[in-house]
Write a protein that binds this ligand. Sequence first.
Ligand code: SF4
Length: 155
Amino acid sequence: MLKYTDYDIVFSEVPGEVTLALNMSLCPNRCEGCHSPQLRLDIGEELTLEAVSTLINRFSPGITCVSFMGGDNDPQALAALVSKVRQLYPTLKFAWYSGCAALPSGMKPQTWNYIKLGPYIPSCGSLRKPTTNQHLYRIDGDGKMNDITSVFWKK
Ligand code: SF4
């Protein structure tokens, strides 16, 4: 099952996009220095197609992207959900912020327009630090993953 606790409209998590970001709970990761430890818990509401659609309709046409912040507990369910949402909103882009170090087996990159991979490691820092272990990829239509992490380091 996928669950979310809250959402926000953000401007820098996905470069060049106005993004509806959904914060998802049930995180199976245990990053040292986790910024939101409550997201490891079984809290929030179930993230269904209806729930995502309701939020998109509330913020359209102002948003250009929807980002799922989490969902590592069930990537297959997340991919299935996003495929359905994409059919309903073909002009929107879709991003996944995952704490996994690598794409889970069975997850096709082209499910997404953007994928962020990597756990948070305090000594490496966030995406905004050149020392980060995390990567943000822009995905081509054929599934090619282009590492665009360095856009966060330019002023
Ligand atoms: S991926 Fe890591 S930092 Fe993010 S909520 Fe899970 S444990 Fe915390």
